[in-house]
Design a protein around this ligand. Structure first.
Ligand code: CP
Ligand code: NVA
Length: 308
């Protein structure tokens, strides 16, 4: 039986905590774990552009002893050329895992259905779990813990928001989500995270009023227009500008740090000055993408002793 890594919704609280601790230990003491991917080929399939994800998977797979084969889809959706189930089945003949960045979550499910090697979600329309793990590693490193702290997400409710909420709740991190009206997170995921928060005794607040953000430990934001969204910036800029993460919002909320998964748009969703300030965790997050993914790959492909 292989295990895929498509969303943290498949994780228990114990597994999520274990993966976070394991990632930090692997980062700190890589020599303890040797080369768990020795001799393995991993395919990385991208339907969308990437800087951080592509490079960190390539560098990380190399560090773990394997090698990465990059496959792009010539900018087209995979399923236009071939059924993703068949793509998954073919890739599994040669590779020990498939890392995939796709437009639709269903494509990942189809790839996984066709393949008998693990499929790792490198971003889809619904989730970005590799990013969320890197972000909570960064929070743990800078705040000493994740449990009991408060993350405020400000901006467009999207794939990044969903994964931050799911993993954050599993790790005991309180959550505030501030979005403009009409840009809430997906309704089905909202229902799921409300239940999850209740089950784990985590405070979860959704609001459209930026003035409601009175206290948090970190403020997180992301692009107002995700990849694949062709809405002209001019059509949403006026609506989103009051939600910009800037110095006044940091002062209002007493946030210790600001976070952004990047690519960031200076002086739109976050001020350029905050990005470059000592409150910025952006490069820590970027650096931790490598360590998060090395942990995920080791967790899925290495000896069972690494798994809980
Ligand atoms: N944060 C992130 O996933 O960056 P890329 O789109 O550059 O991979
Ligand atoms: N929400 C963004 C994240 C980019 C890493 C997008 O999907 O484009």
């Amino acid at each position: 039986m292989h295990q895929d890594f498509l969303t943290f919704l498949d994780f228990t609280q114990e597994q999520a905590k274990h993966l976070l601790e394991f990632a930090i230990d692997l980062k700190t003491h890589p020599e303890k774990y040797g080369k768990p991917l020795e001799g393995m080929a991993i395919v990385a399939l991208f339907e969308k552009p990437s800087l951080r994800t592509r490079v960190t998977f390539d560098v990380g797979i190399n560090q773990l002893g394997g090698h990465m084969v990059y496959v792009d889809s010539q900018g087209a959706e995979l399923k236009k050329r071939e059924d993703p189930k068949d793509v998954g089945n073919n890739l599994a003949q040669w590779a020990k895992a498939i890392v995939a960045r796709v437009f639709s979550h269903e494509t990942l499910q189809d790839l996984a259905a066709g393949s008998d090697v693990p499929v790792i979600n490198a971003l889809c329309d619904k989730f970005h779990p590799c990013q969320a793990l890197a972000d909570y590693i960064s929070m743990q490193e800078h705040l000493g813990s994740v449990a009991g702290k408060t993350m405020a997400y400000v901006g467009d409710g999207n794939n990044v928001t969903h994964s931050l909420l799911i993993l954050g709740i599993l790790l005991g991190c309180h959550q505030v989500v501030v979005t403009p009206k009409g840009h809430d997170i997906a309704a089905q995921i909202k229902e799921t995270v409300i239940d999850l928060a209740q089950a784990h005794n985590v405070k979860l607040t959704f609001t459209h009023q930026i003035s409601d953000l009175q206290h948090c430990d970190v403020i997180y934001t992301d692009t107002w227009l995700s990849m694949g969204d062709d809405t002209p910036l001019a059509d949403i800029k006026e609506k989103f500008m009051p939600y910009q993460v800037n110095e006044a919002l940091v002062e209002q909320s007493n946030a210790k740090f600001v976070m952004h998964c990047q690519p960031a748009h200076r002086d739109l969703e976050i001020t350029s000055s905050l990005m470059d300030s000592d409150k910025s965790l952006l490069m820590t997050q970027s650096s931790n993408r490598l360590h998060a993914q090395n942990a995920i790959l080791s967790y899925l492909l290495a000896k069972p002793s690494l798994q809980s």
